[in-house]
Design a protein around this ligand. Sequence first.
Ligand code: ZN
Length: 304
Amino acid sequence: MITQRTLKAPVRASGIGLHGGRQVHVSMLPAAINTGIVFRRTDLSPVVEIPASALLVGEATMCSTLIKDGVKVATVEHIMSALFGLGVDNCVVELSSPEIPILDGSAAPFIYLLQSAGVVAQAAPRRFMRIKRKVEVVEGDKVARLEPYEGYRLSFGIEFKHPAFKTSAQTCALEFTTANYVKEVSRARTFGFMGDFEVLRSRNLALGASMDNAVALDKYRVVNPDGLRYDDEFVRHKILDAVGDLYLIGAPLLGAYSAYKSGHALNNQLACAVLKDEQAWEWTTFADEATAAPAIVSMHARAA
Ligand SMILES: [Zn+2]
């Protein structure tokens, strides 16, 4: 059986929020079968729980923010990406402020924490959402779509008129497995242009941004003294974000995602379009792994 999974033990970290710039403590806790991923604001009394659902994304300008009854959890995409990366179905994420810490700007610190905790199988089948027909959202020249595929595949194209992008590939594709994700995508950091920085700050965004948690570009080049982690780190980060944004659908997908110039807002439109079109997908479980395509069995390595 392909089963649900949770953490073996709680793990904790602290850091600052990218946009709010505030210190935040975050804990990832084991959770029961069928919990899904749930965020819990422990700084509020009484505490407020917000399920990780695409339908609760209330803001998606620079990051994906969940809002329920006026309570926010901002910048959920990288932790969601890491949780999906390691195949965690059930987890409670406690946080002491409205924004998930940015840490190094990638999913790697969350991967490290989750690997330290360990992932365990639970005695219930994992429920996959199998895409049965194409769902596509378009906004100007931006596109994001999901199509039928027995496995999980992501491809992304970006285009920036900037010298630093001329020397690096602007398309990237990932046949999703934990190993591929961890090696090829999880270390890619968020990036930003110095020219946009003052504008963002004037709108109370990017208050916590620095070269410790983002790749910064001036007019000509990458400013970070250590350069890039991958030659095409920018487009790899877009795949990292898409994995997190799509996990807000609430289940692992069987399908092929392809996008051009998409971002959090369009990814969220796609996730909501899928959830609202019940003819476009079906639930499926694999009581017997032998009936699953190899690409599905190998998505997440076997848990202990
Ligand atoms: Zn990101």
